[in-house]
Each structure stands twice: as structure tokens, then as C-alpha cells.
Design a protein around this ligand. Structure first.
Ligand code: PBG
Length: 324
């Protein structure tokens, strides 16, 4: 490689057209998935205070948001439900007329081309707020699997295009795959939250989804933030159990993990740019401490550059509306 003055890297940075010509990584709306929070009722649109720009909505309002996303070129949404009632086993999560099931039916009826992904986890539906059923104070792994499988099947029966288990129980991908196949949903793919870390960055989401654990924390099932090699192990186990797509979560604080997973598997790799990662940029922007739109675009680009094929982000619509 020649050096200065032969070599002048600035030659390729002189104009936006030149920079654009040689840009290695880009983000487009078609790379993004928009998470949506659905609540019972009609005409409900309740802003989530800790996530500016994000609302909890009833199904009718959800349809508007989904339509806007689709119109902006965002191909998929990820649904979370906030039910009226919660119990020990999260039964409102696998009820045929549950909030998510109703939302899926309405979305697929209105926009057949929109990819509807559902989050499969008990935490929004259990009275204790944990992602599985309890045995004393412990989350019982094996006893939880049938509930998750039942929830996934009920989502598929409602018409979900993809189910995405986020609970981090061992063996859930295999259990869900078997249950889907037995119920006649062999064609419904699984997007596994494979490397999901026990993160402080889920704070604002737990406000949005009303899913804060009533005691303890999630460290006995979500991964320890120090473990990148274990993330590969978790991912390979999920692929072996039948995951069609895998996910790393959070994203921006785990770029090395995204790269590691991307280099290890052939299937699509998603990264979840989570609530706290979104809200901290929004909060800094509100204070005038940085240019929120530019900062958000830079973070999303970084997540893509690290190796994520697709990004789940609350910023999807703002991103797709174009730079400000
Ligand atoms: C449910 C779930 C969580 C998120 C996605 N699915 C929260 C948690 O594990 O506490 C977090 C998403 C976000 O912070 O944006 N298990």
C-alpha cells in the first residue's frame, strides 16, 4: 500500500456523492422491524413516558401505525401485548381472544403483505412478572416450556407470520418447533432471541409492557453481560433446535456479540436496539445535548456494520421518514 502523498484517503470524502459511492454499509427502511404495544379496548393511544414517540395502542390505532410503517417501506412489526388480567401462569397470553391474537388477526386481515412477528414470553401476562412459571421463588424451566409452546401455537393460529421467543428458557425453541409442527404450523418460522442479556437497557420497555418482575431479577435466565463466547453457544443451540433466525439483544452495547454470531451462523441475524438504547438518545436530544436523528442513524449504522442483517428498533418510522 502506498503512503502519502500518493495515498490520500480524503479524495474519496470530498462530496456527498463521492462518499455515497464508496459507502460500505447502509441502513434502509427494509432492514427495520417496528415493535408495537397493544392494549385492550378501542380508541386507546397512551404515550409511554419513558419512550418518547412510542405509544400503547388498542387494535384500531395499531392498524394506523402499522399502515404508516408499511407505507414507509418497513416490512415487519413485532407485537407485544398488555393484557387486562394477569395470573400465575400468564393464561391471558395464550387465550384465543388475547390482545396479541386479536391484533394479529386484524393486522393480517388489513395488510396481508405486512410481516407480523409476535413476542413469545410470559412476563407481560404473569402476575409476578417473570418470564416463566414459578416453583417457589425460582423460574421453573421445564414447567414453562408447555406454556410457551401453547402461546406460540395460539399466535400462529391467529395468523402470525413469525414467532419470536424471548424468555431464555433452555429448550424452548425445540419445544415450540415441535408444538407448531404438531398443530399444523410447520411453515411458521421461529426468530429466537438467542443471545439475550440481563440488561439495564430494558428499563423503559418494562414501563411500556408493564412487565417488571415483582421480586428478584432475570439474571437466572437471561445471559450475563460479560459472556460473548456463551452467546455463540446459546445461538448454536437454538439453531440446532430449529431456529430459523437468531437475535442478539441489546444491540448497541453488544456489537462484538453481533459480529461473533454473524461469523458463526448462516441464518439471518437480527439485533434488537432496545428501549433504553432508544430512550437515552431521545432524552439527550430533548436536552439539546446532541442531534438525536443523526445520533440514532449512526447507532443503527453501527449495528448493521457489526453484522446485523435486520434491526428491531422503535426508531423505524422516524428513520424511514428521512433525515432531519
Ligand atoms: C420480554 C421482553 C423484554 C424485551 C423484549 N421482550 C423485556 C425483558 O426481558 O425484561 C425488551 C425490549 C426492550 O427493552 O426494548 N421478555
Amino acid at each position: 500500500m502506498s503512503v502519502y502523498p500518493i495515498s490520500r484517503p480524503r479524495r474519496l470524502r470530498r462530496t456527498e456523492s463521492m462518499r455515497s459511492l464508496v459507502r460500505e454499509t447502509t441502513v434502509s427502511p427494509s432492514d427495520l422491524v417496528l415493535p408495537l404495544f397493544v392494549v385492550p379496548g378501542t380508541g386507546v393511544r397512551r404515550p409511554v413516558v419513558s419512550m418518547p414517540g412510542v405509544d400503547q395502542t388498542s387494535v384500531d390505532e395499531l392498524l394506523r401505525d402499522a399502515e404508516e410503517a408499511l407505507g414507509l417501506g418497513i416490512p415487519a412489526v413485532l407485537l407485544f401485548g398488555i393484557p387486562d388480567s394477569k395470573d400465575e401462569t400468564g393464561s391471558s397470553g395464550y387465550a384465543d381472544d388475547g390482545v396479541v391474537q386479536q391484533a394479529v388477526r386484524a393486522l393480517k386481515r388489513a395488510f396481508s403483505e405486512l410481516i407480523v412477528i409476535t413476542d413469545v414470553c410470559l412476563c407481560e401476562y404473569t402476575s409476578h412478572g417473570h418470564c416463566g412459571v414459578l416453583q417457589g421463588q425460582d423460574v421453573d424451566n421445564d414447567a414453562t416450556l408447555p406454556y410457551l409452546a401453547r402461546m406460540a401455537v395460539s399466535h400462529a393460529a391467529a395468523g402470525a407470520d413469525v414467532v419470536a421467543p424471548s424468555d431464555m428458557m433452555d429448550g424452548r425453541v425445540g419445544s415450540i418447533r415441535t408444538a407448531l409442527d404438531e398443530a399444523g404450523f410447520a411453515e411458521v418460522p421461529i426468530l429466537a432471541y438467542s443471545a439475550k442479556f440481563a440488561s439495564a437497557f430494558y428499563g423503559p420497555f418494562r414501563d411500556a409492557a408493564e412487565s417488571t418482575p415483582q421480586f428478584g431479577d432475570r439474571r437466572s435466565y437471561q445471559m450475563d453481560p460479560g459472556n460473548a463466547r456463551e452467546a455463540i453457544r446459546e445461538t448454536l443451540l437454538d439453531v440446532e433446535e430449529g431456529a430459523d433466525m437468531v437475535m442478539v439483544k441489546p444491540a448497541a452495547a453488544y456489537l462484538d456479540v453481533i459480529r461473533g454470531v454473524r461469523d458463526e451462523v448462516e441464518c439471518p441475524v437480527f439485533a434488537y436496539h432496545v428501549s433504553g438504547e432508544y430512550s437515552m438518545v431521545m432524552a439527550a436530544a430533548e436536552r439539546g445535548w446532541l442531534d438525536g436523528d443523526r445520533a440514532m442513524r449512526e447507532v443503527l449504522l453501527g449495528i448493521r456494520r457489526a453484522g446485523a442483517d435486520r434491526i428491531i428498533t422503535y426508531y423505524a418510522r422516524q428513520f424511514a421518514r428521512g433525515p432531519r
